[in-house]
Design a protein around this ligand. Structure first.
Ligand code: NAD
Length: 490
């Protein structure tokens, strides 16, 4: 079994108390790696290294153009090792499609480093026409200092890259806490990045659980900003810890994204697009559009076609290139999804497709599962399953479907399917979601910000806004005619 250490100041360390936890391969259910269970002492060491790299340099003092060169080196180094990273993420997380595909040269995810490398020396200050005589007022955008990045277990490398590139481009240093269910590929990434010759302390990783590792990190007085991706419950707990020191937080949380199918939709397009927007990652994606609201005139035709399309999906060994849906990424999630399915059956929802019969003896496999006539108020329609489970419900009027689409605590993404573009846009404009797709789903690009409305989070990742979240504004007043009359003169 492989034993990992945690990563601080470009060096590997054993955990203070020498405690470890195990990571399983979800395709076999067998433990394959041991990871440091870091405590507050380990966290202190990581934060001290990040603080020193920021204040004593050279990172905090590097010219932005030089930071850009380092970011390009990071992107190139990752691409050279894409296959190694993909292999580890596959073993640890069962991720299909393989993460390597998005890390190869020019691939969209790793390109984040090149995109933000270019932004480093183009993020300009501003001169403000302040209505005060003889004053020159200008704004500069400053890094926060040490940033804590807390990651979920789905797409660990992908979610990290989206945070890391803008955060480093802005001039911050980082302590990463990956999910206890998916830390191996993140540690492997640090090993690879030693080749990119980052100054020590710019990047640090502590592994462990939310309460024992995540909380002391967020609560550390030298951590100035928290960037959290995870479930809404975890986010709420993390934000409460950050609030003790009124610490700013970027929150990328869960969703229960609706897909609105209009009666005039191209049903083949909608079925394929919706299936591709839920099932390939086994539904383990934050924007998974798993709450289907289909017009009554077409719902039977739509669900028949959906069942036909998704029951062909090849669920199985993630190492087999023919596999289209891998396992649930870990045992707790596998058990949670099985319970959601059992609860939906007990609630009397009509099951159209049951994905529990994977035919495999080991591992955490669940195939596409579809329920019909699921009222929007029900537990299944309101709560994120984070698995390959879909609910469908019919609607009749536009006002009704907009109400249903918005009637959850979430607001991460939504889909609208119609041949009538004006009508689709009218609906899209009324849906409370950070991303709305019309006649497509699941697209993302480094240039385009993503984030949530309502309890799906705040702050944005990607694009100009992604970098802006990692910078704070300083306003400087310079007198062009320095004089100050006696304020207490008669
Ligand atoms: P989670 O909330 O259980 O855990 C996320 C991370 O937070 C883990 O590293 C965990 O250890 C840590 N954590 C939990 N409680 C904490 C606390 N009190 N203090 C500090 N750290 C704490 O989420 P998960 O199950 O790992 O991930 C799945 C969730 O992530 C889903 O809800 C999914 O929708 C969401 N997600 C959102 C996005 C997005 O961009 N909006 C992207 C990916 C995943």
């Amino acid at each position: 079994m492989k034993t990992y250490q945690y990563f601080v100041a470009n060096a590997w360390h054993d955990p203070d108390e020498e405690n470890y936890f195990k990571s399983e391969n979800p395709a076999t259910g067998k433990a394959w790696a041991r990871l440091p269970d870091c405590n507050a002492e380990d966290v202190n060491r990581a934060v001290a290294a990040a603080k020193s790299a920021f204040y004593e340099g050279p990172w905090g003092k590097l010219h932005p153009a030089e930071r850009g060169r380092v970011l390009r080196r990071i992107g190139d180094t990752i691409s050279r090792h894409a296959d190694r990273l993909g292999e580890v993420e596959l073993r640890d997380n069962g991720r299909v499609p393989n993460a390597a595909d998005s890390l190869k040269p020019g691939a969209w995810q790793v390109d984040s480093f090149h995109y933000y490398a270019g932004m480093c020396d183009k993020f300009e200050g501003r001169l403000i026409p302040a209505e005060v005589p003889d004053m020159h007022n200008y704004l500069t955008y400053e890094p926060f200092g040490v940033v804590a990045q807390i990651l979920p277990w789905n797409s660990p490398l992908g979610t990290l890259i989206w945070k890391l590139a803008p955060c480093l481009a802005a001039g911050n240093t980082v302590v990463i806490k990956p999910s206890e269910q998916a830390s191996c590929s993140v540690l492997e990434l640090m090993d690879i990045l030693l080749e990119a010759e980052l100054p020590p302390g710019v990047l640090n990783v502590v592994t462990g659980f939310g309460a024992a590792t995540g909380e002391p990190l967020i609560d550390h007085p030298d951590v100035r900003l928290v960037s959290f991706t995870g479930g809404t419950a975890g986010g709420r707990a993390a934000a409460a810890v950050a609030a003790r020191q009124v610490k700013p937080v970027i929150m990328e949380l869960g969703g229960k994204s609706p897909q609105v199918v209009l009666p005039d939709a191209d049903l083949d397009l909608a079925v394929n697009g919706i299936a591709a927007g839920i099932f390939p990652a086994g539904g383990q994606s934050c924007i998974s559009g798993s709450r289907l609201l289909v017009h009554r005139e077409v719902i039977d035709d739509f669900t028949d076609r959906l069942v036909e399309v998704v029951k062909k999906a090849r669920v199985g060994d993630p190492e087999d290139p023919k596999t289209q849906i891998g396992p649930m990424a870990n045992r707790p999630q596998y058990e949670r999804v099985l319970k959601c399915i059992a609860d939906a059956e007990s609630a009397g929802h009509r099951m159209l497709l049951d994905g529990r019969q994977s035919g495999r003896e080991e591992g955490y496999f669940i195939g596409p599962t579809i329920f019909a006539d699921v009222p929007n108020e029900s537990h299944l329609a309101q709560n994120e399953v984070f698995g390959p489970v879909v609910s469908t419900e019919a609607w009749e009027t536009e006002a009704e479907v907009i109400n249903k689409a918005n009637a959850t605590v979430y607001g991460l993404a939504a889909g609208v399917w119609s041949r009538d573009v004006a009508r689709a846009m009218r609906i899209a404009d009324q849906v409370e979601a950070g991303t709305v797709y019309i006649n497509n789903y699941f697209n993302a690009a480094t240039q385009s910000p993503v984030g949530g409305f309502k309890q799906s989070g705040y702050g944005r990742e990607n694009g100009w806004e992604g970098m802006r979240c990692y910078l704070q504004t300083r306003s400087v007043w310079l007198s062009t005619n320095p004089h100050q009359p006696d304020p207490f003169a008669d």
